[in-house]
Design a protein around this ligand. Structure first.
Ligand code: TTP
Ligand code: MG
Length: 388
C-alpha cells in the first residue's frame, strides 16, 4: 500500500480568513463566532488557543480567558468563497475529492503521479499553491488510507505536513489516546477506560471477538483501525463531480482567435485528465470573467458522454458563440465537464489498420506523458500564443 490518500485541513480556518482580510489581526489572538449574549466560539487563531480558547466554547468564557483578545463576528459567505477556491485547487490535482467540511477534504491521488510527481511532491505543491494563490496555510496528512491520513494532518498543525508510512504505523499509533480513533467518542473511551485501556497500544491487546462482545460491529472497526487498517475509499461529492480548467490571461483578450486557441488548450487539458482518470461526461460548461470582473457560466448537456478534446472544444466554443459572449475583453476563461461516469478505456491497438480518434488522443497523451506538454501540439496552436 503506497501513500495515495491525502487529507487536507485548513489551519484555524475562519480566524485565518479574518487575519488574511485584515492585516491588523495578524499575529494576534483572534476569536471568531457569534458576538451576541449567547454567542459561541466558531474558532480561535493559534495565538488565542494559548489561552485555552477552543471551538464551541461560550463567548463569555472566551472573553474571561482572554480579555485582550480580538473578537470578530463570523462572515460565513466569505468563508464559503475562500473554501470554493481551495476546492478548485484540489480538483486541479485529482477529480477524486471528498469534501468533509468547509475546510477539509480527502484526496485520492493514485491517478495523478504522471502529471504532478510523487505523493510528497503533490502534497507540497498543493500546500504551496494554497499559500500563494489564497494566502492561507493548510495542514496535509499523507498515508495509505483515510483514517491514517486524517490522523496525519492533525499531527503537525499548523502549516503541517505529516506522512505516515506503512512501516511506521504501529510506532505512531500505539502511544496515541484511543479517542484519536475515528468513531471513538466519550462513551466508548469511558468504557475502555473502565477496563484500564487509554492508548491505542493497549486497545490492541483485546482480540476482535472480545471487542465485538463489548461493542458489537463497532468493535470490529476498532480492531482494524487500531492496527491502521481502513478500506474505505475516497468518495467524491456530487458537487465535485466535474473536471475543469481555467486560466486568467496575462492581459484581457478581445481577439477571438486567441481566445479559441486558449480554449482549445484548456479543452485538451480537461480531456487528458478525464482520460487519465477513466471518466466521460455529458455536461460541458464554460466560465467567463470579463475585464470588469463580471463573471458568468453557461452549460449544455449532450445526449452521449464524451471525453475527447474536440468534442469538449467544439461544444464549449459553440456555447461562447451561441450566447454571443465574446463582445467584451475577457480576463478569465474556463471550461469543464460534469455529469461524469467511469468507463473502461479502450486499449490502444498499434496494429489495427484504422486508427480511431480515441486511439489518436491516447497516443498523444502517452507522448506528452513521456516527453512533456510542448512535445506535440495541434496545428491550430502552432506558433500562436493564446496563453501565457
Ligand atoms: P476545524 O478544521 O475543526 O478547525 P479550524 O480550521 O478552525 O482549526 P484547525 O483545523 O487548525 O484545528 O473547523 C473548520 C472551521 O469550521 C473553523 O474555522 C470554524 C468552523 N467550526 C465551527 O464553527 N464550530 C465548531 O465547533 C468547529 C469545530 C468548527
Ligand atoms: Mg481546520
Amino acid at each position: 500500500m503506497a501513500l495515495e490518500i491525502m487529507h487536507i485541513d485548513m489551519d484555524a480556518f475562519f480566524a485565518a480568513v479574518e487575519q488574511l482580510d485584515n492585516p491588523i489581526l495578524r499575529g494576534k489572538p483572534v476569536i471568531v463566532g457569534g458576538l451576541g449574549q449567547r454567542g459561541v466560539v466558531s474558532t480561535a487563531s493559534y495565538e488565542a488557543r494559548k489561552y485555552g480558547i477552543h471551538s464551541a466554547m461560550s463567548m463569555v468564557e472566551a472573553r474571561r480567558l482572554c480579555p485582550e483578545g480580538i473578537f470578530v463576528q463570523g462572515r460565513h459567505k466569505r468563508y464559503g468563497e475562500i473554501s470554493r477556491k481551495i476546492f478548485e485547487i484540489f480538483t486541479t490535482y485529482t477529480p477524486i475529492v471528498e469534501k468533509v467540511s468547509i475546510d477539509e477534504a480527502f484526496l485520492d491521488i493514485r491517478g495523478c503521479h504522471r502529471l504532478f510527481g510523487d505523493s510528497v511532491t503533490i502534497g507540497k505543491k498543493i500546500k504551496q499553491e494554497i499559500k500563494e494563490k489564497i494566502g492561507l496555510t493548510a495542514s496535509v496528512g499523507l498515508a495509505p488510507n483515510k483514517f491514517l491520513a486524517k490522523l496525519a494532518s492533525d499531527m503537525d498543525k499548523p502549516d503541517g505536513f505529516f506522512i505516515i508510512e506503512e512501516n511506521r504505523i504501529n510506532e505512531i499509533l500505539e502511544p496515541l489516546p484511543v479517542n484519536k480513533i475515528w468513531g471513538v467518542g466519550k462513551k466508548t473511551a469511558a468504557i475502555l477506560k473502565n477496563r484500564g485501556i487509554t492508548t491505542i497500544g493497549q486497545l490492541k491487546k483485546l482480540s476482535s471477538s472480545e471487542l465485538e462482545a463489548i461493542f458489537g460491529k463497532t468493535g470490529t472497526q476498532l480492531y482494524y483501525l487500531s492496527r491502521g487498517i481502513d478500506n474505505r475509499s475516497v468518495s467524491q461529492d456530487d458537487e465535485m463531480k466535474s473536471i475543469s480548467h481555467e486560466e486568467t490571461f496575462s492581459q484581457d483578450l478581445v481577439d477571438k482567435e486567441l481566445i479559441y486557441n486558449g480554449l482549445l488548450e484548456m479543452a485538451e487539458r480537461v480531456s487528458r485528465r478525464m482520460r487519465k482518470n477513466g471518466y466521460k461526461g455529458n455536461t460541458i460548461f464554460i466560465k467567463l470573467r470579463y475585464g470588469d470582473f463580471t463573471t458568468l457560466t453557461r452549460r449544455t448537456t449532450l445526449p452521449g458522454a464524451i471525453n475527447d478534446t474536440d468534442s469538449i472544444y467544439q461544444t464549449a466554443r459553440d456555447l461562447l458563440d451561441r450566447n454571443k459572449l465574446l463582445r467584451k475583453p475577457i480576463r478569465l476563461l474556463g471550461v469543464g465537464v460534469s455529469n461524469l461516469k467511469e468507463y473502461e478505456g479502450t486499449q490502444l491497438s498499434l496494429f489495427s489498420d484504422k486508427i480511431t480518434r480515441e486511439e489518436l488522443t491516447r497516443t498523444i497523451d502517452q507522448i506528452k506523458d513521456r516527453f512533456g506538454d510542448g512535445s506535440i501540439t495541434r496545428a491550430r496552436n502552432l506558433g500562436k500564443k493564446g496563453l501565457e
